[in-house]
Design a protein around this ligand. Sequence first.
Ligand code: UT7
Length: 333
Amino acid sequence: MDRRSSKIFSKIIGIGSYMPEFRLTNSRLEELVDTSDEWIVKRTGIRERRIAMGKATWEMGLAAAQAALADAGLPGEDLDLILVSTVTPDSLTPAVSCVLQDKLGASHAAALDLNAACSGFVYASDVADSYIRAGKAKHVLVVSTERLSGITDYTDRSTCVLFGDGAGAVVYTASEEPCGILSTYMRAEGSLGQSLFAGALPSEPDPLTGDRTIPSNYRFLKMAGSDVFRFTATAVPESIDNALSRAGLEAGDIDWFVLHQANLRILKMVTDRYGLDPEKVYVNIDRFGNTSSASIPLCLAEMKEKGLLKPGQTIVASGFGGGLTYGAIVIKL
Ligand code: UT7
């Protein structure tokens, strides 16, 4: 599929983020569970993560969306579509996107939430791109907002050291310039879904275990970390290779690799696999931990703030995680 056959491109015109102020440090986690700063840093690269402390998922998403719209210089009423990726919606209905549609005064916008877990931002960007290239939308807001602290079990050392809260947002607009999203590649491996699980509506009997009693930790994230880690070793290069080849590019043509921040070792694996200058692989997992789908737009917002993003540069962004899902997009600024 040659995605460059359409004359319309989805160009990024605004980026924003919101990070809660409260920092949960490794030393604080040492007081909660049997862990150590040394283990966490060595095995994950994480030093601290932010915690929403009472802020709702929609509130973080709204702040990120407002920042992205301000950056774009676009009023909410000009939006045609609002896509929110989250695994931690405040309610099953209304969707977070509908709450934002109201708060942003986006009176002409359709709104829907999308759950592709940690791949949510790249999946939502792919949907945004499809609407724009089909001529169904001119301006699309993608918001990835996650309050993982709400589904984290702070007695489980294998997960509680990993996750944090935050939100990032991007505004895409239809453009005839040959820039913006150049290619996308999305996949899922549902057969591995149970390796990263968080319950929603309990059913009787529990379809996973056959048990009739729903455990009190049903809603908490449970992860077979090493299984997911193994999956990333093939899924991440597969998504990057295919997105690059669909864009007619090679790794050497890319200015920035912006990957889901799940583990510093995964970022290093990609750096080695493509023989990259480590400076080209953006890292903020040390300060924010794993924020699921928010992690890629959070990176983009921080890179923009630091003046690292320049017109004409090319980025490959790769997301992977719950589902299991994975995917990559190539974006020219
Ligand atoms: O965002 C979605 C996508 N997520 C990912 O891609 C995550 C992929 N997985 C990972 O990043 C890693 O698997 C983890 C960071 C989750 C775990 O690292 P690991 O090197 O795979 O550790 P492990 O689960 O194999 O555990 C190794 C040891 C175990 O002890 P034994 O059995 O060897 O005695 C664990 O009990 O480390 C122990 N351990 C800990 N020790 C201290 C697990 N968690 C901790 C901890 N502190 N927090």
